[in-house]
Design a protein around this ligand. Sequence first.
Ligand code: PDD
Length: 278
Amino acid sequence: RTVYVNGKYLPEEEAMISVFDRGFLMADGVYEVTTVLDGKLIDFDGHAARLERSLGELDMAAPCDRATLLAIHRELVARNAVTEGLVYLQVTRGAADRDFAYPEGVAPSLVMFTQAKSLIDSKAAKTGMKVISVPDIRWARRDIKTVQLLAPSMAKMAAKAAGADDAWLVEDGQVTEGSSNNAYIVTADGTLVTRDLSNRILHGITRAAVLRFAREAGIKVEERAFTIEEAKVAREAFITSASTFVMPVVEIDGARLGDGAPGPVATRLREIYIEESR
Ligand code: PDD
């Protein structure tokens, strides 16, 4: 596999980053994950805009302009012959003597690689996922897509230990989002509910597209907080992310939703999302 590191396309064994890189020492970096379907990028502009915002919020320099970023994405997809999968991109503040203050005059590091992966044909899309709730112990700037991912990793491990597929994060009794995805429920009257945008959740690119498609399909959408109790008695539930598209949830903290099979709204939105994206 060819990876991209600071201006060079290299075999992965030869790709190197300094031990003084602040991404490594302080999680001082941001990332994006963009889907590839049929060899084409989905929503590149949305991911690029969110990256620019993440960089801006952290006063971090952009490694290059958007057009160059797009060219690198395409070059990696071509070199690695990816038809279906993901492109991972990470920008860190760069390498400098360890100090809590940001260093001056240091060039940011840009690392990118691809992951070939079957995304459309998914077992979870047919059977639905089981989730458990765990406290949301992350920091208060979840709108910035940083590489500090230990809290979501711990949540994922708690889910695995409980025999579930993923965890929904709960703060002040209300669901913020999934460990690496946005969370949705469908209420008894058919309303689609998902957390409103703020610093408490990541502003999902898939979320924006799915809410647009839902509204176009005549589904009533409410962007508001919901409790885990409301979720457990919801008609259906699902998650969204670049790597899962729309994925049905059929069990929350052991409570089965509906008849325990993926719901019609999740199933339909998954179909629409895939159809419209490719
Ligand atoms: N995760 N919320 C969190 C905390 C996330 O990490 C992600 C994405 C999302 C969904 O965002 P989007 O629709 O733009 O992918 C929501 C990526 C896929 C990851 O970490 O692998």
